[in-house]
Write a protein that binds this ligand. Structure first.
Ligand code: SAH
Length: 387
């Protein structure tokens, strides 16, 4: 819901980040979407995540762990189940990528207290670049928590139990439009009227050769250059040391279409207006996750729709148990709405997907079957999320 008290974003031509990006275009030419996203989201002084806590009703968007405690609880129990299935090793690295306010990890730690030995075995490591959000996480999480800037900095010497919710969708993407001659990259240029999209000359792109079979001239596809490196770091640790990673995001298997979007105050916004003041995301390609994981020696599971996955983990029973403890009718209605928001197909239940990675010989993670070997062709881009 739009907040009544939010200040208007700064005008694009006067804000420091917009000026810097405009100068960069003038000096070295148009930017890829990835270059633009990286600056807008994580510039150390003016970036979107670095300068604010964007989550919740008064912020720009909300996420599953902020909607209900049930989300972090069930993710935690799924991780603890994987830990038990793998012989309850200790010590372990318990990691989260992009933990936001630390809500998911706090709910996970509380729920897994019922699993003897899990909390004692776990050393909590967070991958978070935003100083603002690191401070919010520190308020909710144990004093022994450690922070890193990159997945590559996570310890290598222990089994890794990891969760990432809405982390990969914030990684910068490049976008390409197919034409008769090859791929034209969607670029961002700047002129007197402000920032605008432009197309580069057509060129062959080796990383998109596998998309020639399922696209036609005019189609748009996206690539997330940082995704394979992050997934490889996780998969390598899993294949050497064991563990399990749950990766949850909106997206699909080999998506097609333009999914680059900006959200501000719970509404879709123009991604080129007022750079650094809106959340910029894109759909996550779970096929790219499975490919990178398998290439690094791990097994890939899912993706399953979030609603079906939470259902398999028993969210309905958990929801009923919580509802019985809520005497106030308004609060109970809010709890029931949160349950529907997480699970209903027309809300977050279908567009959000849950995938997992493990060592090749590990038992199946809760609620998931092996990822497809031969991919079906993907859905077209869906228009909204995070509103
Ligand atoms: N997982 C949280 C927050 C999602 S928002 C939730 O579900 O509520 C995305 C999170 O990823 C933020 O914490 C943001 O600061 C962090 N982030 C985005 N890009 C990052 C990067 N490249 N490296 C580390 N953290 C990043």
């Amino acid at each position: 819901m739009p907040s009544a008290v939010r200040a208007m974003p700064p005008q694009p031509e006067t804000a420091p980040l917009a000026q810097r990006l405009a100068r960069r275009v003038a000096a070295t030419g148009p930017l890829t979407l990835a270059e633009y996203m990286a600056e807008c989201l994580l510039d150390p002084t003016h970036g979107y995540y670095t300068t604010r806590d964007p989550l919740g009703a008064a912020g720009d968007f909300t996420t599953a762990p902020e909607i209900s405690q049930m989300f972090g609880e069930l993710v935690g129990l799924a991780l603890a189940q994987a830990w038990l299935d793998q012989g309850a090793p200790e010590p372990i690295t318990l990691a989260e990528l992009g933990p936001g306010r630390g809500t998911l990890m706090a709910d996970l730690l509380r729920a897994t207290r019922t699993v003897p030995g899990f909390a004692a075995a776990a050393r909590v490591h967070l991958v978070e670049r935003s100083p603002t959000l690191r401070a919010a996480q520190a308020e909710r999480l144990p004093a022994s928590t450690l922070w890193h800037n990159d997945v590559a900095d996570l310890p290598e010497n222990r089994p890794l139990f990891l969760v990432a919710n809405e982390f990969f969708d914030a990684l910068p993407i490049r976008q390409f439009r197919r034409d008769a001659q090859g791929w034209r990259e969607v670029m961002i240029t700047h002129h007197s009227a402000g920032f605008a999209f432009a197309l580069s000359p057509p060129a062959p792109i080796a990383a998109l050769d596998h998309r020639l079979a399922d696209t036609a001239p005019g189609d748009i596809v996206e690539l997330c250059p940082a995704l394979p490196a992050s997934v490889t770091e996780i998969a390598r640790r899993l294949s050497h040391r064991g563990g399990c990673a749950f990766l949850i995001d909106y997206g699909g298997w080999r998506a097609r279409g333009d999914t680059f979007q900006a959200v501000r105050a719970h509404e879709r916004a123009d991604p080129l207006a007022a750079p650094g003041t809106a959340d910029l995301t894109a759909h996550v390609d779970f096929e790219a996750i499975a490919r990178a994981a398998r290439a690094a020696g791990a097994a890939a599971w899912g993706p399953a729709p979030q609603g079906a996955w939470l259902g398999a983990l028993g969210i309905a029973a958990r929801s009923d148990a919580l509802a019985r403890g809520i005497a106030n009718a308004t609060q109970r209605a809010a709890h029931e709405a949160a349950f529907r928001r997480l699970t209903a197909p027309d809300q977050m239940g279908t567009v959000f997907k849950v995938a997992a990675l493990t060592a090749p010989d590990a038992p199946a993670p809760a609620g998931l079957v092996p990822a497809p070997e031969t991919p079906p062709f993907a859905d077209a881009a869906r228009p909204t999320r995070r509103a």
